[in-house]
Design a protein around this ligand. Structure first.
Ligand code: COA
Length: 259
């Protein structure tokens, strides 16, 4: 199956499934076709046991993602466009695998929402993060704003949204918008090192953690407690748990298979 398209690149490498936004002429602005390609890439990575961690990054030197492609705002059927947009945005939240956003340069608007739906965000010092909604006159979707509030709290969320200003990597880290900030030259190595740790950890255990954290962040009436119980049971009965216990006893590194 050919996954990559010219503006959306999928590349597997050492347990990492890279998802590369490749529209550098527009600072990686997200087009409708890129979102559709992204959905296909995630379906393929989720089904691929070789992929243990997914990393999102922007091509070129200038940007992670500069937001939705503004030139497409009035194109085609709005409902169909918004449907794909919502599904693509929600998609990495639904992946059972850990998703890391590797952020350099511009990470704006819909680009910040992309990053917010990843599980971890590692930014370079040169990153510029913000939501210029108020400069365009658009309202951001409920789920996206909720993620923002979950990350930085209502006071900072309002500042970010009301001003539309851009924040450096260090400012973003200090308000909890990203996990960590590193010099640009170290960004990829740092992300690879984190992915490497996760690649060797038990996939089902990380999946359980992701499910639980995400369900806890939902409103109580929306929580899927059955999913939380089901994944706990899968872990309890897994070959990997037996391997983890045996490896501990034998004082060696466990080799997990994700089953
Ligand atoms: N959608 C469509 N085109 C975009 C874009 C976006 N989100 N972001 C950048 N571009 C285009 C610019 O229009 C420009 O195209 P041109 O060369 O045909 O004029 C090109 O990318 C380069 O951008 P430019 O503005 O010249 O670069 P810059 O370094 O001066 O500024 C930004 C970069 C990202 C700050 C600026 O382009 C910007 O504010 N973009 C919009 C960001 C935004 O509002 N995102 C939220 C959308 S949900």
């Amino acid at each position: 199956m050919q996954l990559s398209s010219d503006k959306m690149i999928a590349r597997k490498d050492d347990g990492i499934g890279w998802v590369i936004f490749n529209n550098p002429q527009k600072h990686n602005a997200l087009t409708h076709d890129m979102r559709k390609a992204l959905l296909e890439i995630f379906d393929a990575y989720d089904a691929d046991d070789e992929v243990r961690v997914i990393v999102l990054k922007g091509a070129g030197e200038k940007a992670f993602v500069s937001g939705a492609d503004i030139s497409q705002f009035d194109e085609g059927d709005r409902e169909a466009r918004e449907d794909v947009s919502h599904r693509a945005w929600a998609r990495y939240g639904q992946s059972p695998k850990p998703v890391i956003a590797m952020i350099h340069g511009y990470c704006l608007g819909g680009g910040l929402l992309v990053a917010l739906n990843a599980d971890l965000r590692i930014a370079s010092e040169d990153a510029q993060l913000g939501v210029p909604a108020a400069r365009l006159g658009i309202a951001y979707p409920y789920d996206g704003v909720r993620k923002l509030v979950d990350s930085v709290g209502p006071i900072k969320a309002k500042e970010i949204l009301f001003t539309g200003q851009r924040y450096s990597g260090a400012q973003a880290a200090s308000m909890g918008l990203v996990n960590e900030v590193v010099p640009l030259a170290e960004l990829e190595n740092r992300v690879r090192a984190i992915a490497d740790v996760m690649r060797n950890n038990a996939p089902l255990s990380m999946r359980a953690s992701k499910t639980l954290v995400d369900e806890i962040c939902k409103s109580p009436e929306d929580r899927d407690m059955a999913a939380c119980e089901a994944i706990a049971l899968i872990c309890a009965n897994s070959e990997d748990l037996a391997e983890g216990k045996l490896a501990f006893k034998e004082k060696r590194r466990p080799v997990f298979k994700g089953r």
